[in-house]
Write a protein that binds this ligand. Structure first.
Ligand SMILES: [Zn+2]
Length: 58
């Protein structure tokens, strides 16, 4: 299991062993969608995922 911190609420988030880079997870505390931006042996970096709008882009 890898551990990381939610960038929004600073709670510790545990990632499954099969979590992959760029995977999107939800913070168990604030429910923010987080992107796994970097994976290390026992930790990971999380960033807030961009919000998906209906007409995202144009
Ligand atoms: Zn959070």
């Amino acid at each position: 299991m890898k551990k990381s911190l939610c960038p929004v609420c600073d709670v510790e988030v545990t990632l499954e062993n099969n979590t992959e880079e760029s995977e999107i997870i939800s913070c168990p505390e604030c429910k923010t969608r987080l992107v796994v931006t970097s994976l290390k042996m026992k930790s990971a970096i999380l960033e807030e995922a961009p919000k998906i709008e209906e007409d995202w882009g144009e």
